[in-house]
Design a protein around this ligand. Structure first.
Ligand SMILES: Nc1ncnc2c1ncn2[C@@H]1O[C@H](COP(=O)(O)OP(=O)(O)OP(=O)(O)O)[C@@H](O)[C@H]1O
Length: 439
């Protein structure tokens, strides 16, 4: 949260308050109605989130530093990545409100992305020691792209200046959407990551707007593919995690005084942010339907009731179907499909301005974030399929062995020999499958 230059020049009347996990916004127009007439609008609206930060004035004791944000959000990205989950962290908010500052930072105050990269390199040994897993090696590949005017550009590839390098988005049946031909860079130390980030940020398209004189006009996605070679129960295996760190272009109303290019940019930025909003609210609605269906099923299986009317879903026993999610309506939502509603732990950072002149933008950003809070994703660990199979077979062997022992302890009946024989056979078959998988 910060004032932009325009708001500071205007004297910046503060209408936002942050108290622990609650952000309250005051509507000054309601305040200024001194004629005594009744106003139906709320004077203050409170929003609750997992974390709320105040970073308007560094002298303020409540001031949230980059380190504090990293301690809360960055470490949860890292612990998810170490355990093999896909993670997405994206910053959304009004132009000039601090998205790039939070995600990338400045040389004097580094942001989340470089801090996460630094810790991926440094902390993995501690993590594996802590979770008693033996990690033999780890690899980090990075890519950096921007979506500008609904086209994808590689920010880490040299291109002919006359012809910008645009890439196609494709969809893999198992791993989901990806950018064909996007360059991947192996990094082995922090300096290399910082160099890549600096190279990409320098190539990213920015322009002066009325609000911010170096406004990012594109959505930037920095992706880290983090793979760990591990030994679990003496089995070599790999855990892979994809971390998407997304700095969105600022939401800003179109201004007719801008040149044609700026208006086209603005229209494309708005199109993708509107689609993102629709995707988020549809996912939130679907998650509500899903969770109410689950609670209906729980009640039914407990035998308490088989007909539950749920006013929020408006139907009986979950007959309301999940709505279609228009991921493909913009490149941004298509590329983030898995992060927004699939196999990913996703964190949204909403950046706002505390100034009264930004009231509408602030309310819209906080409503957006409130909607996103209701989405329930289903992240799963990306572990090696063979190791998973071996673990399941071992569990099955243990179960069958226990069963066999209990038969042997009992007095054998005329048919028990057959049954014991079948179990022994099953144990042998499973042992063989495990051996084959080891080869
Ligand atoms: N919490 C903060 N503390 C100090 N300075 C900040 C903070 N947040 C943002 N700034 C400064 O405010 C200016 C605008 O921030 P930033 O570029 O991050 O905005 P943005 O939301 O990414 O804007 P746009 O969408 O237009 O790209 C920058 O100069 C940045 O360094």
């Amino acid at each position: 949260m910060c004032f932009d230059s325009r708001e500071s020049a205007e004297g910046g009347r503060v209408i936002v308050e942050v108290d622990d996990k609650v952000t309250t916004v005051r509507n000054v127009k309601v305040d200024s109605r001194l004629d005594g007439t009744w106003d139906s609008r709320e004077k203050t609206v409170a929003f609750s989130f997992d974390y709320c930060y105040w970073s308007v004035d560094p002298e303020d004791p409540k001031y949230a530093s980059q380190e504090m944000v990293f301690q809360d959000l960055g470490t949860s990205v890292l612990s998810g990545a170490f355990r093999g989950y896909n993670i997405c962290l994206f910053a959304y908010g009004q132009t000039g409100s601090g998205k790039t500052y939070t995600m990338m930072g400045t040389p004097a105050s580094i942001g989340l992305t470089p801090r996460i990269c630094e810790c991926l390199n440094k902390c993995f040994l501690f993590f594996f020691f802590f979770f008693s897993i033996v990690c033999t090696e780890h690899y980090i590949f990075c890519s950096f792209l921007e979506i500008y005017n609904e086209r994808v550009r590689d920010l880490l590839k040299q291109s002919d200046h006359k012809k910008p390098y645009t890439l196609r988005v494709r969809e893999h049946p198992e791993t989901g959407p990806y950018v064909q031909g996007l360059s991947q860079h192996l990094v082995t130390d922090y300096k290399q990551v910082v160099d890549l980030l600096e190279e990409g940020i320098a190539k990213r398209i920015t322009a002066a707007t009325h609000i911010h004189n170096a406004s990012s006009r594109s959505h930037a996605i920095f992706t880290i593919h983090y793979t760990q070679a591990i030994l679990e129960n003496n089995l070599p295996s790999e855990i892979a995690s994809k971390i998407n760190l997304v700095d969105l272009a600022g939401s800003e109303r179109a201004d007719p005084s801008y040149c044609k290019d700026r208006i086209t940019e603005g229209a494309n930025i708005n199109k993708s942010l509107v689609t993102l909003g629709i995707v988020i609210s549809t996912l939130a609605q679907n998650s509500q339907i899903f969770s109410s269906c689950q609670s209906i099923n729980t009640l039914t299986s407990e035998g308490e009731s088989s007909h539950v009317d749920n006013p929020s879903t408006g139907s009986v026993s979950g007959s309301r179907r999940p709505a279609y999610i228009p991921y493909r309506d913009s490149i941004l939502t298509w590329l983030l499909k898995d992060s927004l509603g699939g196999n990913s732990k996703t964190i949204m950072i909403a950046t706002i301005s505390p100034a009264s002149s930004s009231y509408n933008e602030t309310m819209s950003t906080l409503r957006y974030a409130s909607n996103a809070k209701n989405i329930i994703n289903k992240p799963r660990v990306n572990e090696d399929a063979n190791v998973k199979l071996i673990r399941e077979l071992r569990e099955e062997i243990d179960r069958l062995k226990t069963l066999l022992m209990s038969f042997e302890l009992r007095n054998s009946s005329p048919w028990s020999d057959d049954r014991d024989g079948n179990l022994t056979e099953l144990v042998l078959q499973n042992e063989m499958k495990v051996c084959m998988n080891h080869l």
